[in-house]
Write a new protein. Structure first.
Length: 331
């Protein structure tokens, strides 16, 4: 403590040697509370503090648990959500941003680093998944000129291409197991994909940047409701087929949502394969054609190939074209 002009001022030791001390811990705890309300401008400082809170043990002694336990929290997740009001996954992404910029890109030109930080947390959380010392300048240029949605699509396309290349190389060497290997990302079906912890640890960091799963990313970025996750075991050749199909579907839909693209692929399969039950055929046909209408922004009228007088889809569209009020809603 020091005194001046009758006022008492608390002086905290912020040197490296103080890391983990009680004074240091209280200082960063108070600062994190302020920054959590200023994410637009203070996200990098908060990211550094979150990493410190996660990484630093009490009193700086590696034998002790994380400093957050001295504040009464049992986990990093509890600290982020209860103390700071941050969703756990958002806190994880901030950790990833700091780790990539300060550890992976530790030798980065300060001016380049400033430009990256200036992009904001939203774009940086995506870039943290792909940045390396070799590609940082290229991705920075893209991020500075693209919208968030465009940047996300390009990052996912690049990630998909990298995974396909790795699989192709693996298949080229004959390294394939009959038992299959886990699909790198959960493939969501149905109404979407729900944020689930799965096999991830509480911290989700583990010494390397830990991006969210595709299910979590879709739920966060696209504002979908409660989602479901399906996980498949695939051999490398099967993975390559799935990735290729998803990539081609994404080119058609202009969407990076794997669940949506997989749904379109499945609808196409159902519509182009015979079923024994007539009702299944009709339902599949109607669902498929309505999907195509929405995808291409057109209206479709279809007739039975064996009986051109039998309109199997598009009655309402025909009625509209004829200037009549449709008797029933479009299939």
């Amino acid at each position: 403590m020091s005194e001046g002009s009758g006022a008492v001022v608390e002086v905290l030791d912020t040197s490296v040697n103080s890391r983990g001390s009680r004074a240091w811990a209280q200082r960063i705890r108070k600062r994190a509370l302020v920054l959590a309300k200023q994410l637009d401008t203070g996200y990098m400082e908060l990211a550094r503090i979150l990493y410190d809170v996660y990484d630093c043990p009490v009193d700086g002694d590696p034998k002790n648990p994380s400093v957050l336990t001295s504040w009464g929290f049992s986990s990093f997740r509890e600290y982020a959500e209860v103390e700071l009001g941050l969703h756990y996954k958002k806190a994880q992404r901030l950790l990833s941003i700091w780790y990539v910029l300060e550890i992976v890109l530790k030798d980065l030109d300060p001016k380049i680093r400033e430009r990256l930080v200036a992009l904001g947390a939203t774009k940086m959380r995506e870039l943290a998944r792909v940045l390396t010392p070799d590609n940082v300048v290229q991705w920075l240029g893209i991020a500075e000129n693209d919208s968030h949605a465009s940047l996300l699509n390009k990052i996912q396309a690049a990630s998909l291409a990298a995974r396909k290349t790795k699989l192709e190389e693996q298949l080229g060497t004959g390294e394939e197991s009959d038992e299959g290997t886990p699909f790198p990302h959960a493939v969501g079906l149905g109404g979407g994909e729900a944020p689930q912890e799965g096999a991830s640890t509480d911290d989700g960091f583990g010494g390397t940047a830990a991006p969210p799963t595709q299910a979590e990313a879709d739920a966060d970025l696209f504002g979908v409701g409660e989602l479901k996750v399906e996980t498949f075991m695939l051999a490398p050749a099967q993975q390559l087929n799935v990735l290729t199909a998803l990539a081609r579907s994404g080119e058609l839909t202009k969407s990076s949502k794997k669940g949506y693209n997989l749904d379109l692929i499945c609808i196409d399969f159902l519509a182009t394969n015979d079923f024994s039950a007539q009702t299944h055929q009709a339902q599949s046909r109607s669902t498929y054609l309505s999907k195509i209408e929405r995808l291409l922004g057109v209206r479709i009228v279809a007739v039975d190939a064996r009986d051109p007088s039998d309109v199997v889809y598009g009655i309402a569209t025909l009625a509209t074209l004829a200037g009549e009020k449709p008797a029933e809603p479009q299939e």
